[in-house]
Design a protein around this ligand. Structure first.
Ligand code: NAD
Length: 463
């Protein structure tokens, strides 16, 4: 197998692609449930028939271990596609509002209609899942779609450009590859919905472009996800689940625990337990391990290394780096203050903030933007309830990290600066669906409502 060369889509082709999709959408072919299911089956085949190539592309872009490729991207994506396939008929069925004496005769109905030609923009860190899971929702909802994967994951993006036309209906679904010039062209065009997963900086560019066309946008962003550590936790399980969330994909996960809040007199015990767990994860060190990824590009490596070099905190474990291999060792840093840039780093470094009390920990979290995820490690339900009741975040997991993304039936999304709108399962379908309200009023209803036409005969009494 070979890694494909990454080529960008010629800029002048981009409006043509969008126009062709619009023409195809207008034929109405994507509206039948049979068509949607057929395309979802084709999407499943695109994945299942190319698993070795997908693993290889993820390894080329991110040094991603094959196990992680399956566990973090391929399997959750297949679950999403199957769920959409199994449920699409139910999700797309028109709904009736609650029966009402005043309105029932007019047959009020909510039709689930595709928005039209939509755009999916995805980031480098989970290129397969975050490109095709929104697409599964877009297909299920009956839309045509352009997908714009990240130029920072070129092996994956090139593979997608080869596979999408092989498996999916080319009249309806298209990959556009490129960096800023191509994306700028894409964003000049009108779309019927934009589903953007990425960082806040680019989200502002996308939202500004969308505003020109009044295009609705889902933003799945990231940011400063804290973990509260209660000494009354199961420390072994805590450090395993917390550090798994931190080291998987070398910390480049939108909902990775960014920093931990630990009571001052528990810091040493907590650090020792973390060190034991990291030694269990990587007995010969992470650099030699085949279970540890790398930072995606030299510039991202330089950014993370710069943050580590600039911290006021003290490294108590790890800290070694290799620029050529874009390797950053899983690292523990103590004495970190809440305004240290290290807490927003997108890398395998765990900043530890010591606090005097739970109230202080809550204050630290509330002094930052609302995070995408918030983690609580405790066996004490009063502690968990206090954190839940006094903070805001996109999502929460107690005694776990990250896997709530895949929990069937739960919406995944940020709040405020960590994003708006929801993803996964029916929530993705909903993002791409317009709820079109309809009534159909029989003539006899004028026996009751006929008085509304002028000239008015009913006179209102003065109050
Ligand atoms: P990014 O915002 O840099 O890139 C996302 C997309 O925007 C890419 O397709 C990229 O090509 C495009 N882009 C980049 N610069 C652009 C510009 N100037 N104009 C127009 N388009 C541009 O994100 P990234 O670095 O690839 O991914 C990491 C970010 O994604 C992190 O902030 C992370 O928190 C976030 N993320 C969020 C989720 C979630 O589900 N909430 C999941 C994964 C990643």
């Amino acid at each position: 197998m070979t890694i494909l060369a990454y080529t960008t889509t010629p800029i002048e082709e981009i409006p043509v692609i969008r126009d062709n999709l619009r023409r195809a959408f207008k034929t109405g072919k994507s509206k039948s449930i049979a068509y949607r299911k057929q395309q979802l089956r084709a999407l499943r085949d695109l994945i299942t028939e190319n698993i070795p190539r997908i693993r290889e592309a993820l390894a080329a872009d991110l040094h991603r271990p094959a196990f992680d490729a399956d566990f973090l991207e391929i399997n959750p994506l297949l679950t999403e596609v199957k769920l959409a396939y199994d449920r699409v008929a139910k999700w797309a069925k028109p709904e009736k509002p609650a029966w009402s004496f005043n309105w029932f005769a007019m047959k009020p109905t909510i039709r689930k209609e595709p928005k039209g030609v939509v755009l999916v923009m995805s980031p480098f860190n989970y290129p397969l899942l975050l490109t095709f899971s929104p697409l599964a929702g877009a297909i299920a909802a009956g839309n045509a779609s352009v997908m714009k994967p990240s130029e920072l994951a070129p092996a994956c993006s090139a593979l997608f450009a080869e596979l999408v036309p092989k498996y999916l209906d080319t009249e309806m679904y298209s990959i556009v590859n490129g960096a800023i010039p191509e994306t700028t062209k894409i964003l000049e065009l009108q779309w019927d919905h934009i589903f953007f997963t990425g960082g806040a900086r680019v989200a502002r560019i996308v939202l500004a472009a969308a505003a020109k066309h009044l295009t609705p946008v889902t933003t799945e962003l990231g940011g400063k996800s804290p973990a509260f550590i209660d000494p009354k936790c199961d420390l072994k399980i805590t450090t395993k689940r917390l550090l798994w969330g931190k080291v998987v994909n070398a910390g480049q996960t939108c909902m990775a625990p960014d920093y931990v809040l630990v009571p001052k007199d528990f810091v040493d015990t907590f650090v020792n337990a973390c060190v034991d767990t990291l030694k269990e994860f990587f007995p010969d060190g992470a650099e030699k391990s085949d279970s540890f990824a790398r930072i995606v590009t030299p510039s991202h490596f330089a950014r993370v290394k710069g943050l580590l070099d600039g911290t006021q905190g003290k490294i108590v474990f790890g800290g070694s780096t290799d620029a050529d291999a874009r390797f950053i060792e899983p690292t523990l840093v103590v004495g970190v203050k809440s305004d240290d840039s290290l807490i927003e780093l997108f890398g395998p470094i765990l900043p530890i903030i010591a606090v005097d009390s739970l109230d202080e920990a809550i204050e630290v979290v509330n002094s930052q933007d609302h995070p995408l995820a918030l983690y609580i490690f405790s066996k004490d339900s009063a502690y968990k309830a206090k954190v839940l009741d006094n903070t805001q975040s996109g999502t929460v997991a107690a005694n776990e990290t990250m896997i709530h993304y895949g929990a069937e039936g739960l919406p995944f999304g940020g709040t405020g600066p960590s994003g708006s709108g929801y993803a996964t399962g029916k929530y993705t379908f909903d993002a791409f669906t317009h709820l079109r309200c309809t009534i159909d009023n029989p003539g006899w209803v004028d026996l009751i409502l006929g008085g509304r036409y002028p000239p008015y005969t009913v006179r209102l009494e003065p109050e």
